[in-house]
Structures are given as C-alpha cells and as structure tokens.
Write a protein that binds this ligand. Sequence first.
Ligand SMILES: Cc1cc2nc3c(=O)[nH]c(=O)nc-3n(C[C@H](O)[C@H](O)[C@H](O)COP(=O)(O)O)c2cc1C
Length: 319
Amino acid sequence: MDPDKTCFHIGPVPIQGDLILAPMDGITDSPYRRLTRRFGSAMSYTEFINAVDIIHKSPLLESRLKFTEEERPLAIQLLDNDPERIEKAALYVKQLQPEILDINFGCCARSVANRGAGAGLLREPQKIAQIFTKLSTIGMPVTAKIRLGWDETTRNYLEIARIIEENGGKLIAVHGRTRQQTYTGQADWDAIARIKQAVKIPVIGNGDVRNLEDIERMREYTKCDGVMIARGAIGNPWIFSGIDKSSIPPQQIMDTMIIHLNWMVEFYGAAHGLIRFRKHANAYLQSFTVLPELRNELLTCSDKATFVQILTRILLVNY
Ligand SMILES: Cc1cc2nc3c(=O)[nH]c(=O)nc-3n(C[C@H](O)[C@H](O)[C@H](O)COP(=O)(O)O)c2cc1C
C-alpha cells in the first residue's frame, strides 16, 4: 500500500483512489468486484444483503456474502427496516471480516421501501439514529448509502446526513435522487455538494456518471471525496482506469469478457455462471456491431465453448 495514494479514510481504513464501483443487485457479485478492483475501483461494496436472509440462513446468502481478498477494502451492505435485526445481521457479518459495514437507505423497490427498509428509512430519521447508535460498538466502521429523501416534498438529506455523522457514521454515499424519482429525471449534484459542505466525514457522489467527462464534472462540481459509478460501469470496467471504452481494441474487450466469464463459471458453476454473465455480455457488446440473430444466439446459448465461438464470430465482424 502506498500512503501517498490515499484519497480519504473510512474510519481507520485508507481508500486509495476516488472512483468506486456502486453496489448493484445482480451485477456487483464477487467476480465483477474482483475485476473492477483490478481495473482501479478503489474499494468494493457487496450487493445489498437482506438482514432477514442472514437471520434465516437463506440458501441464496452464501454467494452474496462470498468474496476474495482481491476485492478488499470491502463493504458488506445490509438492508432492513428493523434496527435490532440489522444489529444481529451485523454481528454475523463481522465474523467474515469485511473492512466496512454499509447500511442501505436508498433502495427504492416498492417491496423494500414500502415496508420501511432502504429509502423507506429516510422517512424515519430517528430510526437511522438508532441503527447507528446500536452499531457504534460493532468494531468496524459503519457507513450509509442514501438518497435525497422520500419525495420532492421531503428532501431531508441534510438532516439525514447530520444524523448519520452525529451517531458515528464514517462515510455517506449519496445517490442524488429521491425515492419517488426512482431512476427518472436527473441526479441533483447541487444537493450532493450541499451534503459535502454540511458534514466532515467523507462523502461520495453518485448518480448519472456515465463517462470520464462526467467523473471530472462530478469531482469539480461537488468536491466530493469519491465518485461512485453504477450503470456506467456495467460492461465497462475501463471507466475505473480512466480509459474511454471506445479506445479499447475489440480483441481486448473480448479478452476481458473471457476472463470475466471464466470467473463467473468458477464462482457459480457452468450453467448458472453463463446465465448470469448474459447481461454483462450484452453491456460489453454495446459498442459492437452485432447482427440481431447472432446476439440472440449468444444470449440464449447455454454452453461456454459455444458462447466463446459466437463471441469470436462477433469479433471478426468488428475488426
Ligand atoms: C441493477 C441495479 C441494482 C442496484 N442495486 C443496488 C444495491 O444492491 N444497493 C444499493 O445501495 N444501490 C443499488 N443500486 C443503486 C446504485 O448503486 C446507484 O445508486 C444508482 O444506480 C445511481 O447511480 P448510476 O447513475 O451511476 O447508475 C442499484 C442500481 C441498479 C441499476
């Protein structure tokens, strides 16, 4: 570790770099976190982990909690509406020795937010205080990923940010939209800048960063400690290396896809790994000319050797 490269700290944990892969359910599993760390993402967040699943030892849990050393520093993200269950889940997760514990205050899915979890907690600031107080003795830094509020009439992000800081939170990542907005409209970077000015703990800006120009604009505009990228990073790990994907030769994109695919197959097994890789493949190939029937063949094929053969045919067309 080179201390000169440290951009900020999360509690005692130094973070080397300011570009960070956002947590994404169904995308940022262990193989993709590992890949993006290699490409320069400064740390990793797991997909959200439902505290209820931890308590009931759901069979889905194992792959969601598994990680490799390469992904560190790692934040395990918990999601729930009940402070006691979150505490129990946090104690379980602690045994896995992540560097950081993150709490999700941003998920806008109806099934989550309407039961008061994720962005639903933004309507109950006192519960947020309670969660951080309960976790204050857990022995690892606890962070928050928030939205700006429930809807346009309750954009209470400054109150929420202060509560997080006052109750021991060590970092705030902010998606600049309300729950009501889901993914519509534009992320409000002014609001992110206001949060950065209002608290002393590090703030990471998130929302609508799609390319290298956006990264620079987000840095300049918000003065945040880090820039978090979600959708713009699907099929584009190069964004973390500061390289425009359009300048990457097709063969190199293919080579990266094969490494990623191999890791997926190792991690999930042949059938499941290939199925889960399909959405990544689609995103990697966005800049390619792909005949619709070839794309269809690729995205329905269920055998790795055939998949690689089809990729090679696509590559030939794109030379
Ligand atoms: C497919 C998908 C899954 C997501 N899953 C999570 C999640 O598990 N936890 C979380 O905090 N945010 C999740 N998000 C929100 C992103 O982390 C991010 O805040 C949002 O997409 C805005 O960033 P962007 O404009 O760079 O995409 C998800 C977003 C997408 C598109």
